[in-house]
Design a protein around this ligand. Structure first.
Ligand code: ZN
Length: 133
């Protein structure tokens, strides 16, 4: 039993490969076989053409901070020891954007355009979260 108290992803059949890859510290996205569109977060259909013919492809894990916010208000009790904390929108080199967190960097040093790369945080025996450093 984990004492991790923050919200966790709901792992379902269509996003399980994403979370299984994260557990192996691999970063992947879905590519649509119908139109070639690469997209995150994982979903049951392509967000460009709605085809459900999807495959998984590895990503470089590299990107830049597209936007970010620093939270001074505690909206969830699990974050009480992290205040203030950041939430960042990362634009991956391959194109998709992902909402995550930048770690290993003071909130005051965050800037749009800053280069980041994926890192993995094993938060429970079942769940590993991709974050960026
Ligand atoms: Zn598509």
């Amino acid at each position: 039993m984990s004492d991790y108290s923050k919200p966790l992803p709901i792992i379902e059949k269509w996003n399980a490969p994403y979370w299984q890859a994260a557990k192996r510290h691999e970063f992947v996205a879905q590519r649509c076989r119908a139109c070639g569109y690469l997209h995150l977060p994982p979903g049951p259909a392509c967000t460009n053409c709605l085809s459900d013919d999807q495959e998984w492809t590895p990503l470089s894990g590299k990107g830049t901070i597209y936007s970010f916010g620093v939270y001074y208000q505690q909206w969830h009790p699990g974050f009480k020891d992290d205040m203030p904390y950041n939430v960042a929108l990362i634009e991956l080199t391959e194109g998709p954007q992902i909402i995550s967190q930048v770690v290993g960097c003071a909130n005051e040093a965050l800037a749009c355009g800053l280069a980041v790369e994926v890192t993995f945080e094993d938060v429970t025996p079942e769940v590993t979260l991709p974050k960026f450093r």
